[in-house]
Design a protein around this ligand. Structure first.
Ligand code: ADP
Ligand code: MG
Length: 447
């Protein structure tokens, strides 16, 4: 958002939404919304009444938030939808155009460009892509059931699962599906608990040939939803319905999930997506540039592909922002502009990953205080986390050994080196520690 005013950001988001939604839908719900204010990291958007605001939140909230994050390059931004209280009586009815529209209130929205055509296949995502293609083209066969796709943030999981949905929705296809975010499923379940009526929850899983459920890691810790979902899963599976799930981790790394659910996730095909190699990154950039109808030299694309290596969302974010800047100001996308943009994209990340944030994250996971981590005590339950913090700071920041030592109460650089070697060794023999380190890393990189 360093590049845009919040109001511009909302306008860009609306333009993106207009491309994705049906025209009538866009016009009924979003067109007249206005940016009102920014409250910390929350953009406040005003609608003509609270009914419309509530409706937009439940139907498009997740999608709009994702768009705003992608365009701004800031994962911490959130949206708040407000409206004046709806007038009682007939006017409330009047402001409910969804009564004539398609009944999709129980399903989430698909991004129009998240199709197989727009997905670049590389060695990093080959298996997941092949699995997705197989389940969407093989009517009636359920060799890969469930298909479980996992991988880090911004690597194309949502894109692939929505590509399946697009494929199923094509003209002539008789297969019915429901695409759901796991957060939505959990939310629906909680509402049903409150109302003591589980009809809505059950309906989510009825009358469909395909269940496409995104971000299944959100089931962690939701014991009752897990239980209810377990039964729905079994029912669908027994009926030979296809299930596709995505997660930011492989099934066995999901915490607090019952073993029987985890083992069911492993029944079919488990496929991972890794960060893309240079060639794939370049191919993705070329596709994005073509879509946005931009004129960008190979040199600039090469520079972007070489600088952003871990996350495809950042790649597309950079292109969207460059496109927006060039449209707003009329300037060309040259090396200068690209360098500035990359610096601010990577800068936002490195600003977040300070020794302080890393130490706090480590302390949180090991349940000790940051002060203890930085202090002198050498008890094992503190020593190992301290070594882990040192290891992660070295890996995730560009701090020198000397500076890291200074941060940990003036230790010298050989102590820092020792810690790094020790953790490398420990990880190989201690899968639990290895898992915790990966967990901390994931938390830090996805903030
Ligand atoms: P995830 O769900 O894994 O966090 P997304 O599916 O939202 O990630 O992908 C982030 C962005 O990167 C999206 O804009 C998506 O279109 C794009 N993307 C990811 N992988 C690819 C790919 N292989 N080809 C083209 N675009 C991709
Ligand atoms: Mg996703």
């Amino acid at each position: 958002m360093d590049d845009f005013k919040p109001s511009e950001l909302w306008d860009l988001c609306l333009r993106e939404a207009e491309k994705t939604l049906e025209t009538t839908e866009y016009e009924s719900w979003l067109k007249n919304s206005v940016y009102e204010d920014i409250n910390g990291t929350r953009l406040v958007i005003r609608f003509r009444n609270s009914f419309v605001a509530g409706h937009v939140k439940s139907r498009f909230g997740g999608m709009l938030e994702e768009m705003v994050r992608e365009i701004s390059g800031r994962n911490d931004l959130a949206l708040q939808f407000v409206g004046d209280p709806a007038k009682p009586g007939p006017s409330r009815r009047e402001s409910a155009p969804q009564e004539n529209g398609p009944s999709t209130t129980d399903s989430m929205y698909l991004r129009s460009n998240y199709t197989f055509d727009h997905f670049v296949v590389g060695p990093n995502n080959q298996l997941a892509h092949a699995g997705a293609l197989a389940v969407s083209s093989d009517a009636g066969t359920t060799t890969y059931n469930p298909l479980f796709i996992y991988g880090g943030v911004g690597l194309g999981k949502t894109h692939l699962i929505q590509a399946i949905a697009h494929q199923l929705r094509r003209e002539g296809s008789r297969r019915t599906f429901r695409y759901l975010s796991t957060e939505y499923v959990v939310g629906t379940f909680i509402n049903c608990v409150l109302q003591k009526d589980y009809t809505r929850f059950r309906k989510l899983f009825q009358g469909i040939d395909y269940l496409l459920m995104d971000d299944i890691q959100f089931l962690e810790g939701k014991v009752e939803t897990q239980e209810a979902f377990f039964h729905r899963f079994n029912e669908l599976h027994q009926q030979g319905k296809q299930i596709v799930l995505t997660s930011d981790r492989p099934p066995h790394e999901l915490k607090d999930l019952p073993e029987r659910l985890i083992s069911r996730f492993q029944w079919g095909l488990v496929a991972d997506i890794k960060p893309p190699e240079y060639e794939t990154r370049l191919a993705i950039l070329m596709l994005l540039v073509r879509d946005e109808e931009l004129d960008v030299s190979h040199e600039v694309l090469d520079y972007i592909a070489s600088s952003i290596r871990k996350n495809v969302r950042q790649l597309s974010g950079v292109i969207h922002r460059l496109a927006a800047i060039s449209r707003l100001t009329g300037c060309n996308i040259d090396m200068n502009l690209a360098q500035k943009e990359i610096k601010s994209t990577l800068g936002t990340i490195s600003r977040r990953l300070t020794p302080g944030t890393i130490t706090s994250a480590v302390a949180g996971v090991f349940d000790i205080s940051p002060a203890q981590l930085k202090g002198k005590q050498r008890k094992r339950n503190i020593l190992v986390p301290r070594q882990v913090a040192i290891f992660l700071i070295r890996e995730l920041t560009s701090m020198s050994l000397k500076d890291i030592g200074a941060f940990f109460s003036g230790r010298d650089h050989s102590t820092v080196l020792n810690s790094i070697e020790r953790v490398t060794e420990l990880r190989e023999n201690d899968p639990e520690l290895d898992r915790r380190i990966e967990e901390i890393k994931r938390k830090l990189v996805s903030i």
